[in-house]
Ligand binder design. Structure first.
Ligand code: FES
Length: 257
């Protein structure tokens, strides 16, 4: 990130009339006055920082904006996502958009669902001392220590399930006493689970076969020839699945099912 386009960002916030009360925050030790209602990310932009790294979705999904901070008068080191955490008076903060953590390399096609293979790739798994700092650091409330414990017991399916909401921000690894790269280990567990443990979905195989048989070729050709305007109209007028659909719901047009 850099502090080059602050005025523009400041003007945008001020033009929206949403400045509210200004509060002091400290970014990398330097004091700035920012509107109290902003997230850390918006406050930093208001203060003049331009995000080149450390910002992606702005919606708590991509994990790019890991941030570490302390509050005034509080000894604890806190972590959070800059796009989700609202600033507080006299907050001291900095971003850690990338956290170095060991990532094992392997030929995934050669891996099996034998947990021993994960143990070989990540022997540091057994350095976990169950302090639970990883779980406390997780902005997604993932039970990090529990999925590590499940993996140590060889339960890849449980680890995949428990880590499903991980957004790979790396904050767990940043606090780990045993120096584990939890988020990389969990990602491997989920890949193995999805690829080598869960049975293949039959409907997916059916859809792939239908596609390979040329069932949709004529339809796709027609779409390719349509003008952008007609495509937009078609999209607007498409039949949508009701928000609360029963299991036996089917569209009126079933020719491509
Ligand atoms: S920018 Fe994607 S999680 Fe914050």
């Amino acid at each position: 990130m850099s502090a080059t386009e602050g005025k523009q960002n400041k003007d945008t916030v001020e033009a929206s009339g949403n400045t509210g009360k200004l509060i002091p925050v400290y970014v990398m030790g330097k004091r700035y006055e920012v509107p109290e209602s902003l997230t850390i990310m918006k406050a930093m932009e208001y203060a003049g920082f331009k995000f080149i790294r450390g910002c992606g979705c702005r919606g708590g999904i991509c994990g790019a904006c890991a941030t570490v901070y302390r509050k005034a008068g509080d000894y604890r080191l806190r972590v959070g996502l800059a796009c989700q955490t609202v600033v507080e008076p006299n907050m001291y903060l900095t971003q850690i958009p990338f956290y170095p953590a060991n990532r094992a390399t392997c030929d995934f096609s050669q891996l099996t669902s034998n947990p021993e293979e994960i143990f070989k790739l990540y022997p540091e798994l057994f350095r976990c001392i169950a302090c639970n700092l990883c779980t406390k650091a997780c902005p997604m409330d993932v039970e990090v220590m529990d999925y590590i414990a499940a993996l140590k017991q060889g339960n890849i399916a449980r680890a995949a399930e428990l880590s499903f909401n991980c957004i790979q921000c790396g904050l767990c690894a940043s606090r780990c006493m045993g120096e584990l790269p939890q988020y990389h280990i969990a990602q491997l567990a989920r890949r193995i689970y999805g690829s080598k443990i869960v049975p293949r979905a039959e409907h997916l195989a059916g859809a792939a076969a239908a596609s390979n048989s040329g069932k949709y070729d004529a339809c796709l050709e027609t779409l390719m020839k349509m003008s952008e305007e007609d495509l937009r109209r078609l999209y607007r007028e498409r039949e949508m699945e009701p928000e609360i659909a029963t299991e036996d719901w089917v569209p009126n047009d079933t020719q491509y099912l």
